[in-house]
Design a binder for this molecule. Structure first.
Ligand SMILES: Nc1ncnc2c1ncn2[C@@H]1O[C@H](COP(=O)(O)OP(=O)(O)O)[C@@H](O)[C@H]1O
Ligand SMILES: [Mg+2]
Length: 315
């Protein structure tokens, strides 16, 4: 069987259009970026939250930062996800793969409640962030998006200085630390510091595409999210910039949990620890077919449909 070559890796997740977008962020200064924060608050699910504490000892098979349970989603009358249940292990990269239109981006957006910004969307099921359902009655979606940052396919820095791009979300979140330190730390985390440190006043949109994407990653990490969602973050970039983003993901995952959508199976094999294969067919829209360790899924898939996909028989 032809399979995608998997680079073995040792044991080893970004912000958002959202997390820092001027029109969606209306924080009242309670949060302090860069500081440890308690669990997401939902007063209705306090009991539930204590039952779902992360497992001690950090067994990736059970220590999920995000756990989606029986999740279904409709755009109007059109179903896009069908009873998806999946756990995303802490401090790991999980790749979502599958043919175009199978629901990868939709699943990603359920985790930080971005779908609900689209009119007519209905969601059923749960998405737990460290045991607390982000759809809980008293959960603030803005707080969810602070904790679950997002990076998009097309880099979308604000038309402001590099420094302001980094500081924007932090200021909204009431960051009280040293701004210079936050800018430096965030840009270093995004492997951009050395390229821009002499000119932090330069406009974010004057950078190259690859630099812009790393700036968006720096902007994301500046507000200390728990999870970074990346929707095809390198597919608009040249090969060298792509390698930089991939290397960066392996660095970032030591601190964050990353969930990446990619249509590039080699990329999934290179960067991810776990892979989820999704499919949409006439009967079942947006289903999760198989989830497992990346190496296993690519070399020894359990489901025939996964095998067909990774060997290039469709998609
Ligand atoms: N904003 C939207 N309104 C209506 N339908 C949508 C919207 N976004 C996605 N869809 C539909 O939902 C399905 C899944 O789309 P998507 O999650 O974007 O798939 P993928 O990211 O795997 O390509 C597709 O049939 C797509 O046409
Ligand atoms: Mg997509």
């Amino acid at each position: 069987m032809n399979t995608v070559r998997v680079t073995p890796r040792t044991e080893c997740p970004i912000e958002s259009e959202h997390a820092a977008s001027p029109d969606t962020h209306h924080r009242d200064g309670q949060m302090v970026a860069g500081a440890p924060t308690g669990p997401l608050q939902d007063s209705n699910s306090a009991k539930h939250a204590t039952e779902r504490q992360p497992v001690q000892g950090r067994d990736p098979a059970t220590d999920f930062v995000v756990e989606v349970r029986d999740l279904s989603l409709w755009y109007g009358n059109v179903r896009a996800l069908t009873n998806v249940s999946i756990g995303f292990p802490r401090n790991k990269v999980t790749a979502l793969i599958g043919p175009s239109g199978c629901g990868k981006s939709t699943l990603l957006r359920t985790i930080n409640r971005m779908n609900e910004l689209i009119p007519g969307v209905r969601t059923e099921g749960q998405a737990l962030l460290n045991g607390v359902d982000v759809y809980g009655r008293n959960v603030d979606p803005v707080e969810v998006r602070r904790r679950v940052g997002m990076v998009f396919q097309k880099p979308n820095p604000f038309p402001r200085s590099i420094r302001d791009n980094i500081l924007y979300g932090a200021k909204i979140n009431g960051y009280r630390g040293n701004y210079d330190e936050l800018v430096e730390r965030s840009l270093k985390q995004a492997a951009l510091w050395n390229e821009v440190k002499e000119n932090l006043k330069k406009s974010g949109i004057a950078l190259s595409g690859g630099q812009q994407q790393r700036l968006c990653i720096a902007r994301a990490v500046a507000i200390s999210p728990e999870v970074l969602l990346m929707d095809e973050p390198a597919s608009a970039l040249d090969p060298i910039s792509t390698v930089k983003i991939e290397d960066l993901m392996r660095d970032l995952v030591r601190e964050y949990t990353i969930i990446i959508v990619t249509h590039n199976m080699q990329q999934a094999a290179r960067v991810s620890d776990y892979t989820a294969f999704m499919l949409s067919d006439e009967e079942t829209k947006g289903q999760l077919v198989e989830f497992g360790r990346t190496e296993e899924l690519f070399t020894n898939p359990r489901d025939r449909r996964t095998e067909d996909y990774i060997t290039g028989r469709f998609g």
